[in-house]
Design a protein around this ligand. Structure first.
Ligand SMILES: Nc1nc2c(c(=O)[nH]1)N[C@H]1C(S)=C(S)[C@@H](COP(=O)(O)O)O[C@H]1N2
Ligand SMILES: [Mo]
Length: 263
């Protein structure tokens, strides 16, 4: 591959090159002995750290921030690209059939009375659709089409997730609880979601798949679709929603998988 001078690159290409460079430095830095790493990290900020090592530290921080930015969107596709036969994977917590008319979304929130909502109440919020590549850690992926409400709209509508009351305009970023927990009605499957990922604009509470009401084994009546995470966090058949600053229990994290498990 021929290497163009940076001045001839589009801004996107230049950004990509910077990222690749930073990753290369990160690779080199990981070869540095632990003692050196410790020394670097204990030096006062204004200390004379060799420029190339300072660059490694700074660029890694930049990469981490870019990767976890609330605004970074997952690529989407047109509806005709969506799979017709959607794979069913994982039936934990779905064994006993449930009556959708009896179903309620239960909410436990610090400092608030418990809430119990019907699907019709949730459906009053603006409907959104998304077509994206759903990825399972087992190694398969599929382009899927989902419909429902934005989780962030839902949290604002019911003033959930914040300490002092207003999730429409919280006084500070830290006013948000750090985690949201979700479980199936029988408690058999459960996940913890960091609040930044919960508030991501593509994270949804879904009641439709391919334009039709959700089928039982895809998580009816309501499931989480969270494109910034692998499949395991996309809990089907939500029964209970909780909020806390401590990590909620997480089924696959308890089996040794990464808690955040983001893309
Ligand atoms: N209640 C429940 N939700 C779940 C699971 C499960 O076993 N039980 N499996 C997860 C995993 S590992 C994946 S890949 C997706 C699969 O969703 P699908 O069956 O609609 O394709 O659901 C997730 N949500
Ligand atoms: Mo999965």
């Amino acid at each position: 591959m021929e290497t163009k001078p940076t001045s001839e690159l589009t801004p996107e290409q230049a950004a990509r090159r910077r990222t690749l460079k930073a990753f290369a430095w990160f690779g080199l830095a990981s070869l540095a002995p632990f003692g050196l790493w410790k020394w670097l990290n204990t030096q006062p900020r204004d200390q004379k750290i060799p420029w190339f090592l300072r660059q490694v530290l700074n660029q890694n921080a930049e990469i981490a921030q870019a990767a976890f930015s609330h605004k970074r969107l997952i690529p989407t596709f047109s509806k005709d690209k969506a799979a017709r036969q959607v794979r069913i994977n994982g039936k934990i917590g779905l064994k006993k059939p449930i009556d959708p008319d009896q179903w309620r979304l239960q909410i436990q929130h610090p400092g608030k009375a418990p809430l119990s909502l019907t699907l019709d109440e949730i459906k009053k919020l603006p409907k959104h659709e998304i077509v994206f590549e759903f990825k399972c850690i087992e190694g398969w992926s599929q382009i899927q089409h989902w419909g429902g409400v934005r989780l962030s709209d839902f949290l604002q509508a019911y003033q959930l997730g914040v300490r002092t009351g207003s999730s429409t305009n919280p006084p500070t970023e830290d006013d948000w609880y750090h985690y949201m927990g979700l479980q199936t009605p029988d408690g058999g499957y459960y996940v913890g979601i960091d609040m930044a990922s919960a508030l991501h604009p593509q994270t949804m509470l879904c009641y439709e798949m391919n334009g039709k009401p959700l089928e039982d084994l895809h998580g009816a009546p309501l499931r989480l679709i969270i494109p910034v995470k692998y499949g395991v966090k996309n809990l089907k058949r939500i029964g209970l929603m909780t909020f806390s600053d401590q990590r909620p229990r997480d089924y696959w994290a308890e089996q040794g998988y990464d808690y955040y498990i983001g893309l």
